[in-house]
Design a protein. Structure first.
Length: 269
C-alpha cells in the first residue's frame, strides 16, 4: 500500500491548529457505500483493539483507512500499528433543534509529548445549514476537562465545517469541538474513530522540509480567541510538543522556552 506522508509544514499546522483537513479524498462510490454503512450502524469494538481486529480487510472502515492520503496522514500523526480506542457513528436528524455543548473528548490530559488522534469522515456534502462540526482552532493545548467549555456558545475565530463529500478531518484529542444542530432537510452522517499511538511520536512524517521557514510561521500562528498573554502560553505549549515530535531540544520561537527553562548550573565565583 502506498501512503502519502505529511510534510513538516503540515505537521506544524496540525500542532498549531489541532486539526488537519483532507477535502474530498474519499471517492464518490465509497461515499455512497459509506452512507449506507453508517445508516445501518457500526458494531462497537473493544477498547485498544488492533486495526486488523477492529476492521477486517474487506470492511468499509478498513478500506477507508487504507486510502493513500488517509493512511499517510494517520501514520504521520500516530505511527504504524495504532490501536482503536473506540469509534462512533454520529447521525444528525433534520431540524432536530439541538447541538452538543462545546467539549474536548477526554478528561484533563497533561501529556505534552504524546496525543491521540480522532478521524472524522463525512460521506456527503456538508452545508452550513446542515450544522457540521464546530471547532476552535488552536484550543487543543489549553487543558480542560471534557465539557468544562460547554457554557460557551460561540468563540471568536471558531470554525463551522462546510465541506465536500469524502472529506476526512484529523483532530488532536484535546481540540474543543461540538456537533452543531442540523437545520436542513437532510440527514447528516459522520463516522469517528479515535486512535492511540503504540510507538513514540517522533519524526513519523516526511521530514525533508524540516528546515522550511514556513514551519516556524505555522507554529507561531495566533487565533482570534487568544488574548495577548494567552497566545504566548499556546506558543509555549506548541514548542514543547514540537521539541518532542522532532527530538530537537533546542527549537524555540521568540525565546519563550529558552527563557523559562533557563537553570544555570555554573557556580558564581
Amino acid at each position: 500500500m502506498t501512503t502519502k506522508l505529511l510534510s513538516s509544514v503540515q505537521m506544524a499546522r496540525f500542532v498549531a491548529q489541532g486539526s488537519l483537513r483532507l477535502d474530498a479524498v474519499v471517492p464518490p462510490e465509497m461515499n455512497a457505500e459509506g452512507i449506507e454503512v453508517l445508516r445501518g450502524g457500526m458494531p462497537g469494538v473493544p477498547y485498544g483493539s488492533s486495526m486488523p481486529d477492529a476492521y477486517p480487510p474487506e470492511s468499509f472502515a478498513r478500506r477507508l483507512l487504507e486510502l493513500p492520503s488517509v493512511a499517510g496522514a494517520l501514520r504521520s500523526l500516530v505511527g504504524p500499528g495504532p490501536t482503536v480506542d473506540h469509534h462512533a457513528v454520529h447521525i444528525r436528524e433534520p431540524h432536530e433543534g439541538q447541538a452538543q455543548p462545546l467539549h474536548a473528548d477526554a478528561i484533563i490530559d497533561v501529556r505534552t509529548d504524546a496525543f491521540d488522534v480522532q478521524l472524522m469522515y463525512y460521506p456527503q456534502d456538508v452545508t452550513l445549514d446542515m450544522g457540521g462540526t464546530l471547532s476552535v482552532p488552536g484550543s487543543h493545548l489549553r487543558r480542560t476537562n471534557e465539557s468544562d467549555t460547554g457554557r460557551y456558545q460561540n468563540l471568536r475565530g471558531q470554525s463551522r465545517l462546510v465541506c465536500p463529500a469524502g472529506t476526512v478531518v484529523f483532530l488532536h484529542h484535546g481540540l474543543w469541538h461540538s456537533g452543531r444542530r442540523n437545520d436542513s432537510d437532510t440527514v447528516r452522517y459522520m463516522f469517528k474513530i479515535r486512535f492511540n499511538p503504540t510507538v513514540r511520536q517522533r519524526r513519523l512524517w516526511d521530514t525533508s522540509d524540516l528546515g522550511d521557514p514556513r514551519v516556524a510561521e505555522e507554529l507561531a500562528t495566533t487565533f482570534p480567541w487568544h488574548e495577548p498573554a494567552a497566545a504566548r502560553l499556546e506558543v509555549y505549549n506548541r514548542v514543547l510538543l514540537w521539541r518532542s515530535l522532532t527530538g530537537d531540544g533546542s527549537f524555540d520561537l521568540d525565546h519563550w522556552m529558552t527563557r523559562v527553562s533557563n537553570r544555570p548550573r555554573r557556580e558564581a565565583i
